[in-house]
Write a protein that binds this ligand. Structure first.
Ligand code: ADP
Ligand code: GLC
Length: 528
């Protein structure tokens, strides 16, 4: 079965959060299960620099932009998975993150950037770029690819079914009505049954509305998004499609996140050899300028600095946190005003508070290895990979029981501690008092060394591998495309397209699309 996996982030080519980790690891697990998976990513500068075996395979004149588009076939370093990079320098060759400029503001042309990305992905899926490869199933991720199910549905050719995975419903890709002609969509789509969302165009809504199946990244979040509290205004539509929604828990790539063989750590460790963890703690304290003290609990907050992660609550609770005998190491980036609050606070707690603002992949590994506890509160949490990574590193997570955190972290009580199933500490209300109560409970257990070791070892031994999730995605693909025979490759696929077969596609990328395929009675659509 040929799967086209389309994402705006793939580690290590582009990453701002967990989406990148999923987009790197899930395709590998699917390939191990016998699928022919190929990826699509915009050709950001870092992606072009890191991808290997690059070769231009198509040029697509762009009617709406000033420069032609190119499609570059390449491979992802390490995994060797094939990836098509959508190369439009006027859209993607920029500093900053995939979505924001260096000042942290959305790129003003994000609608065009990600509409173009989806248009090219649709062409690849339909076999218009590599004439020897078309998709049996298209797997789109988050709002950046929300138009893809719609665009594929408009094709008059044989259309592969699309799966749309919601990693985070709070980021919706909302744009003014006036963007429709810019992204080549007809005004007829600007209806409640189309892409209109409270007077704006929503890419997220398009993905939910026009895909054949919807998944999200944990069973609990799949339930929560059906409610007004967590549905971000899309709960009505999601309820209409509820029989097509599945919650599939993300996994952890233990080839990257494992202290037993992590190249970013000064010393390796594992259950049964915890001396290395102590050395990692001491080394981290030294690296961050904290007082080197093996006894004091070292708490780490490693996160995007956003409302989702209760960054405002953490920043404004620092003085209360430091009423306890703890050290805190902060590593994050996000809202500039909160970044400044964290930076300013560091001066008040020398030797006890270390703040590193920015995105530092290797340092993130060392934070988890050195920490006794990971502080990870969330207002909502679709899955939450960081606490799962932390568990493997023996950094016991303190989380709010919401979304994926409810599905993965077993709160410590006298009973769960006694039966050896506790893996962390959880609280219910999204406020400072609940967070501090939970921290106090954790610190009380930290003081009881033998119970603490059991909690830590249980957390380190829990496994959230990708194989199970890949099996569930595979059976969903097979359900959607039952006639496709699974091909089990004996070795990784060869180059995507040999140079001599380079396809020059002369269609106009920005041309107004046909609006066929949107009718409610179209068998390709399964909107309840
Ligand atoms: P989200 O996707 O909501 O940010 P996840 O916990 O699922 O949350 O994934 C976050 C990913 O980003 C993890 O791989 C985590 O290690 C990483 N991460 C977050 N902030 C930073 C940072 N400042 N530096 C390095 N890695 C970070
Ligand atoms: C999102 C969510 C996070 C999830 C990640 C990967 O960014 O916020 O909870 O783990 O996507 O699916």
């Amino acid at each position: 079965m040929r799967v086209l996996f389309v994402s705006a982030e793939i580690f290590p080519l582009a990453k701002t959060g967990g989406l990148a980790d999923v987009s790197a690891a899930l395709p590998q697990a699917l390939v191990q299960g016998g699928m022919d998976v190929r990826l699509v990513l915009p050709a950001y500068p870092r992606a072009l620099a890191l991808a290997t075996e690059k070769e231009i395979v198509a040029e697509l004149p762009d009617a709406t932009g000033s420069e032609p588009l190119r499609v570059i076939a390449a491979r992802i370093p390490d995994s060797g998975l094939p990836v098509w990079l959508v190369d439009a320098p006027n859209l993607y060759d920029r500093p900053g993150t995939p979505y924001l400029d260096e000042a942290g503001c959305d790129w003003p042309d994000n609608a065009r950037r990600f509409a173009t990305f989806s248009r090219v992905a649709a062409k690849i899926a339909l076999g218009e770029v590599d004439r020897d490869w078309h998709a049996d199933v298209v797997h789109a991720n988050d709002w950046h690819t929300g138009l893809l199910p719609l665009l594929i549905g408009q094709s008059t050719k044989e259309r592969p079914p699309t799966i749309f995975t919601i990693h985070n419903l709070a980021y919706q890709g909302l744009f003014p009505h006036s963007v429709l002609p810019v992204i080549g969509l007809p005004d007829g789509l600007f209806t409640p049954d189309g892409v209109e969302y409270y007077g704006r165009v929503s890419f997220m809504k398009a993905g939910i509305r026009f895909s054949q199946a919807i998944t999200t990244v944990s069973p609990s979040y799949a339930q929560e998004i059906l409610t007004a509290d967590y549905g971000c205004g899309l709960d009505g539509l999601l309820n209409l499609r509820r029989r097509d929604i599945t919650g599939i828990l993300n996994g952890v790539d233990y080839s990257i996140w494992d202290p037993a063989h992590d190249p970013h750590l000064p010393v390796s460790f594992d259950v049964g050899n915890m001396a290395g963890k102590l050395a990692c703690k001491e080394e981290l304290q030294r690296e961050l300028g904290l007082t080197t003290d093996p006894a004091v609990p070292l708490v780490v907050w490693l996160s995007r600095i956003t409302d989702q992660k209760m960054a405002d609550v953490v920043a404004r609770t620092l003085h209360r946190i430091f009423e306890r005998d703890v050290q805190l190491a902060v590593l994050g980036d996000g809202e500039p005003a909160l970044e400044a609050e964290f930076r300013d606070a560091a001066a008040h707690y020398p030797g006890r508070l270390a703040v590193r603002i920015g995105y530092r992949e290797e340092l993130a590994h060392r934070h988890l290895a050195g920490a006794d506890l990971l502080l990870h509160p969330s207002r909502f949490e679709p899955c939450g990979l960081t606490p799962l990574y932390a568990m493997r590193y023996g950094a016991v997570p303190i989380v709010r029981h919401v979304g994926g955190m409810s599905d993965t972290i077993v709160d410590t009580t006298e009973w769960t501690a006694a039966c050896g199933c506790a893996t962390g500490f959880a609280f219910a209300q999204p406020n400072a008092d609940a967070l501090l109560d939970c921290l106090d409970r954790a610190l009380a257990f930290y003081g009881q060394r033998s119970i603490w070791s059991r909690i830590q070892q249980r957390a380190m031994s829990r496994r959230f591998g990708w194989a199970e999730a890949a099996k569930r995605y595979s059976s969903l693909y097979r359900k959607l495309a039952p006639d496709t025979a699974a091909v089990i490759p004996e070795r990784p696929p060869e180059r995507l397209v040999p140079a001599k077969r380079m396809a020059l596609v002369h269609e106009t990328v920005g041309a107004p699309p046909r609006v066929k395929g949107l009718a409610a009675d179209d068998p390709h659509q399964h909107v309840a």
